[in-house]
Design a binder for this molecule. Structure first.
Ligand code: PLP
Length: 286
């Protein structure tokens, strides 16, 4: 089926959608993005994603081409037009197309930001990964320093993912100064003696929308949470490990650099958190 996508104000068949070769998203990765899940045709945590999007834009002095109400309406229209039941919506806002290439940012009054959105189908709730868990490798974190801004500079995470695949693993955990920052496209956690441990927020990791919800639900369920960094060695000695992201929810990790985590199967806390997250997010989807 040809998808209907949204490009700078128009709904178009994907085969007819075009952006300029001068678009700074294309030339310089001068763009921010969000990925939001959809279950049963409803959007999960739109509020969280729209707040982070506005923050990413404001950190980069971008002026949004749409209001957040308009953005929600576009998400809904795309769900309807594409008959989307389960999957997600990718949204990208770029600094627009000044008609040439220049390192300096164009005046936002003269060059409006560009915006594209498209939907994708993906089973989210029933996931084979959840039953089996994933294996990860560790790799040096060589991304830029403002990882709290969700930009489309994804070459290094993509490179890291390929290194993982070459070793028969699903993903990589990034390590800086001996400490795990996060996964290539997810936040990383370990569980030891019932305590959930994940790196504290800062410029060095993305402030995951799923992370915020998972930690909230963990505290509500009387689980102990510690926000601090950990090493790969500590992770390898943990009882459980898992990652979170908007389209992965909570996914167990069963092996890190060849070392089995816990008993080598998804742990109870990871499974419970995934259950709670799925249940609560479906309840509040809009
Ligand atoms: N960390 C990174 C580097 C990511 O790219 C992502 C998602 O793309 C996440 C964490 C998880 O964020 P969220 O839960 O908002 O999807």
């Amino acid at each position: 089926m040809t998808r209907t996508v949204y490009v700078n104000g128009d709904y178009l068949p994907e085969t007819e959608a075009k952006v300029s070769i001068f678009d700074r998203g294309f030339l310089m990765a001068d763009a921010v993005y969000e990925v939001t899940s959809v279950i049963g045709g409803k959007i999960i945590d739109f509020a969280g994603h729209s707040v982070r999007l506005q923050r990413s834009m404001s950190e980069l002095e971008m002026v949004s081409p749409v209001t957040m109400d308009e953005l929600l309406a576009i998400h809904r229209e795309l769900i309807t037009k594409n008959d989307l039941d389960e999957g997600g919506i990718y949204l990208q806002i770029t600094r627009g197309a000044p008609g040439d290439r220049d390192f300096a940012w164009p005046d936002p009054e003269e060059v409006p930001c560009g915006i594209v959105l498209f939907t994708f189908n993906k089973p989210l709730v029933d996931s084979k990964v959840m039953d089996e868990g994933i294996k990860v490798i560790s790799i040096a974190d060589e991304r830029w320093g403002r990882r709290d801004i969700k930009t489309t500079q994804l070459l290094y995470p993509s490179f890291a993912k390929m290194q993982a695949k070459k070793k028969g693993c699903a993903d990589a955990w990034l390590v800086e100064d001996g400490l795990v920052t996060e996964g290539t496209a997810n936040n990383a956690y370990i569980v030891k003696d019932g305590t959930i441990i994940t790196r504290q927020l800062g410029n060095d990791i993305l402030h995951g929308i799923t992370r915020a919800a998972i930690l909230r639900f963990a505290v509500e369920a009387q689980m102990k949470v510690e926000e601090r960094p950990f090493t790969i060695e500590e992770a390898q000695q943990a009882d459980e490990a898992f990652v979170t992201s908007a389209t992965g929810f909570a996914q167990p990790v069963i092996e890190i650099d060849g070392a089995t985590i816990g008993t080598g199967v998804p742990g109870d806390i990871s499974k419970r958190l995934r259950e709670i997250y799925t249940e609560e997010m479906i309840k509040t989807a809009i």
